[in-house]
Design a protein around this ligand. Structure first.
Ligand code: ASP
Ligand code: MG
Length: 394
């Protein structure tokens, strides 16, 4: 029998009625003759609410305790979904990340999965049960509970699909797949039938909150096909990877306002990076001039989603680098992603001309093989995203 891994996001299990609908959907897929492993996120905004609670307790909560708290969210949804399935007469059992054999490194709040030992999952599948797994969490070699970073339930699903040699990894959310831009910002955004791993990874890193970047990395490394689908409506969704031939140069546009930008003297860059690495803060990009010559500044952009205790971090940077590092507030990025983007100078030219025509000052440009990113005032992100979406074909 083939194994199907399904993942349901927080909005798809936001209340009891929706959990019942998910249970019905799982039952139907199982009735087609598959073994089902179902990975779920915390209900609705539970994770944000738990983070808010922690913030009320401490400006800089210990990461270990934060992970202890945040993993509760997913425990609630797995238990309820298992109950819902059993109510429907479907044998089911729920597991935490650690019971599922998700082994991670020690990096609390943004742990990386090192290996998966799905011993208990396989035992329960053999007993004909649907196995419900709490997403976003694992256990370190020191037996500490860890979380995988925001949106990490995707990563759990893909890692399990790889470990179980699943036939498919179906990721359900409240949209029908991946769009050429956030439909809430750009009404004319189109649903993409398919998308390459690399482009999806660029989009995920550029602020598109549709699929977690680490999940896409795992999928690529293990050749797992991801099918992104709507949880509660019909639709064909998006397949990753897709067929590469004949792809338009620009696939999609994403924006990211959740960014912290620091300008540092070149000479202080190494110690700033060391300072950030010590605190397990990841960088999105580092841009600027190095070497000899007049005092130059380097821009360091940090994604804030997995940085907890931001005020404490800001104060620590201000204290340690009073003379050499300054904050550049109020900036965000708009990123154009596509298979042909990085090799086409015309595209960057068009992006810059578009920004200029809107009167948007571009603070920095960051290009890569599959993406062009403009660092601009956060207030201009929406308008620029809409304008740059016109570069996508279709
Ligand atoms: N509940 C976690 C979050 O909100 C994990 C996830 O949704 O994938 O980030
Ligand atoms: Mg969530």
């Amino acid at each position: 029998m083939s194994i199907i891994v399904q993942k349901y996001g927080g909005s798809s299990v936001a209340d009891v009625a929706r959990i019942r609908r998910v249970a019905a959907r799982v039952r139907a897929r199982r009735a087609e003759g598959h073994q089902l492993v179902v990975v779920v996120s915390a209900m609705g905004d539970t994770t944000d609410e738990l983070l808010e609670l922690a913030k009320q307790m401490s400006a800089d909560p210990p990461r270990r305790e934060l992970d202890m708290l945040l993993t509760c969210g997913e425990r609630i949804s797995v238990a309820l979904l298992s109950m819902a399935l059993q109510e429907l007469g479907v044998p089911a059992i729920s597991f935490t990340g650690s019971q599922s054999g998700i082994i991670t490194d020690e990096s609390h709040a943004s742990a990386r999965i090192l290996e998966v030992r799905p011993v208990r999952i396989l035992e329960e599948l053999a007993r004909d049960k649907v196995v419900i797994v709490a997403g976003y969490q694992g256990v370190s070699r020191e037996r500490e509970v860890t979380t995988l970073g925001r949106g990490g339930t995707d990563t759990t699903a893909v890692a399990l699909a790889a470990a179980l040699s699943a036939e498919a990894c179906e990721i359900f959310s409240d949209v029908d797949g991946i769009f050429s831009a956030d439909p809430r910002l750009v009404p004319e955004a189109r649903k993409l039938q398919s998308l390459g791993y690399d482009e999806m990874q660029e989009l995920a890193s550029a602020g598109a909150r549709v699929l977690n970047a680490q999940a896409v990395e795992w999928a690529k490394a293990n050749a797992i096909v991801i099918h992104a689908l709507h949880a509660h409506a019909a639709g064909t969704g998006t397949r990753i990877p897709g067929i590469a031939a004949g792809q338009p140069p620009v696939t999609a546009v994403a924006s990211d306002a959740d960014l912290w930008v620091l300008a540092t003297r070149t000479g202080a860059l190494a110690s700033l990076l060391d300072f950030l690495a010590e605190r397990q803060v990841r960088t999105r990009f580092v841009l600027g001039q190095g070497g000899e010559g007049p005092p130059a500044e380097v821009l360091v952009a940090l994604p804030l989603a997995d940085v907890h205790g931001q005020q404490a971090l800001r104060a620590a940077v201000a204290q340690a680098f009073a003379q050499t590092v300054r904050e550049v507030p109020g900036l965000g990025t708009v990123t154009v992603v596509g298979a042909g983007v990085g090799t086409e100078p015309r595209l960057l030219e068009q992006a810059l001309t578009t920004a200029a025509s809107l009167g948007v000052p571009v603070h920095a440009v960051h290009t890569g093989p599959l993406q062009v990113s403009l660092l601009v005032p956060a207030g201009a992100l929406e308008a620029l995203t809409r304008a740059l979406h016109q570069l996508t074909a279709g």
